[in-house]
Design a protein around this ligand. Structure first.
Ligand code: UD1
Ligand code: CA
Length: 459
């Protein structure tokens, strides 16, 4: 079995500089959804017909795990869906007896593997299988024409349809399984004498009927599964549908989601038991939430692992980080890539971390920047502490032992070390080692000027 995915069109109605199939659903390009589904069916090859923005598309899939079975076919001018399949024809093995060629559309992203398996089962040398759907929204789609015996006889595009045919509510999904042995003959016979002057793949249906090949139209109920995206409004509609399905899956596994319409999942999410997600949360990439985690409102978590019992308080952003059990982060904290928080740590409001290893039980409760740091256990970083990790040219590290206390509004100028039990007086600028069990005071001494008069207002 070989698969052809049509993805050459510009998608004029998207009003975008990017190829239509690269627009995303759930954070993943539509074409990637289709390729993943195609791959799961175990085909010999996946031919992807591209044209508009071909280089950008190829580049985007350069690191795809399915790269080895992808064959890029270039359609220079987009002369129709039939013409597109024609471009792939020389590379399809049409001699292989009774092998179906499955045609998918790059702009129909939510099609399920189970449905496609069934379509494939209905295709052999004398049977062309296609997927149709009954819909209340047939506008712009190809109508399925049936005879008095309810046999499919043709597909008529809306622009070529008679007023009577336009009333038909059964429409073409575009997905078809065609016997490879017949493909060449039918494609070669396509004409473009229609309203759009395009070579329509759908015209092979009436040819098949003439050649005494039966048409097996599988009608499915879920019109969202086969919905094509032609404009931004359809993209938004499918995005919402996809999000609802994803959230339903999390709910079915026992996650508490305060408002299913206000969680967005753009990637692969794992959630433990008794985890609660509040409103307006975005989870991106690969996110693993442990058990008993509380994710507050307006939180964004990307590519991170969150341990059990962690509280992520409202307004927090976390990216490429690891958080130990029972830690508390936020509200309004920003954990940038390379943050590793130990168990029971606390990162409070307006604290930013980056490349920061924070040992068990350590705290930075308010207003701090911790970049390129290693903290031992049970340290306390006072409010307003800033690590100067950048000298204008290079980045340097700051290393703290266990049980270090940094007083408020201190500056730690890297590279610098603060050894176990070191104590830094508030307002210090530290630029050399603070030995263990010592107090560092690095600020000017306070002077009091007695009898000093405040300035008065000029007359
Ligand atoms: C097509 C079907 C229509 C069906 C609908 C379902 C045809 C003639 N019509 O119409 O019956 O109801 O899909 O969504 O097949 N493409 C190319 N090269 C081309 C033209 C199109 O690769 O020359 C690709 C597009 O990039 C897109 C797909 O084929 O991914 C479908 O093309 P589109 O123009 O969107 O077809 P529709 O008018 O939606
Ligand atoms: Ca379309």
């Amino acid at each position: 079995m070989e698969i052809v995915i049509l993805a050459a069109g510009k998608g004029t109605r998207m009003h975008s500089a990017h190829p239509k199939v690269m627009h995303t659903i759930g954070g993943k390009p539509m074409l990637a959804h289709v390729i993943d589904t195609a791959q799961s069916l175990g085909p010999e090859k996946i031919h992807v017909v591209i044209g508009f923005g071909a280089d950008a598309i190829k580049q985007a899939f350069d690191s795809s795990p399915h790269k080895s079975i992808l064959n890029w076919v270039i359609q220079v001018k987009q002369l129709g869906t039939g013409h597109a399949v024609q471009q792939a024809l020389p590379q399809i093995d049409t001699d292989a007896a009774s092998n179906p060629v499955l045609v998918l559309f790059g702009d129909v992203p939510l099609i399920k593997p189970e449905t496609l398996k069934e379509v494939l089962e209905h295709c052999d040398d004398n049977n062309l299988a296609l997927l149709s759907v009954n819909t209340q929204r047939p506008d712009g789609l190809g109508r399925i024409v049936r005879n008095n015996d309810n046999q499919v006889t043709a597909i008529i595009e809306e622009r070529d349809a008679s007023a009577e045919q336009k009333q038909i509510k059964e429409v073409n999904s575009g997905i078809m399984a065609i016997p490879a042995s017949r493909l060449e003959q039918w494609l070669n016979a396509l004409q473009n004498n229609n309203d759009q002057q395009e070579f329509y793949l759908t015209d092979i249906v009436s040819m098949a009927v003439q050649d005494k090949c039966s048409i097996n139209a599988m009608v499915i109920d879920d019109d969202m599964e086969v919905m094509g995206v032609n404009d931004k409004s359809q993209l938004a509609l499918l995005e919402r549908h996809y999000q609802m399905k994803t959230v339903e899956e999390l709910l079915s596994k026992g996650v508490t989601i305060r408002d299913p319409s206000r969680l967005d999942v753009r990637g692969d999410i794992f959630c433990g038991k008794d985890t609660i997600i509040d409103c307006n949360v975005i989870l991106e990439g690969s996110v693993r939430l442990g058990s008993n985690v509380e994710v507050g409102a307006n939180v964004i978590i990307k590519d991170s692992v969150i341990g059990d019992g962690v509280k992520v308080l409202p307004g927090t952003q976390i990216e490429s980080s690891t958080i130990g059990n029972d830690a508390s982060v936020g509200p309004m904290a920003r954990l940038r890539p390379g943050t590793e928080l130990g168990d029971g740590t606390k990162i409070g409001n307006f604290v930013e971390t980056k490349n920061a290893k924070i040992g068990k039980g350590s705290k930075a409760s308010h207003l701090a920047y911790l970049g390129d740091v290693e903290l031992g256990e049970n340290c306390n970083i006072g409010a307003g502490t800033i690590v100067c990790n950048y000298d204008g040219v290079n980045k340097h590290k700051t290393i703290l032992g266990n049980n270090v206390f940094v007083g408020s509004n201190s500056v730690l100028v890297a590279p610098v070390s603060l050894e176990d039990n070191a104590f830094v007086a508030a307002g210090s600028a530290i630029n050399s080692t603070v030995p263990s069990d010592s107090l560092a005071v690095a600020r000017s001494k306070q002077r009091n000027i007695m009898g000093w008069k405040r300035p008065t207002k000029n007359k």
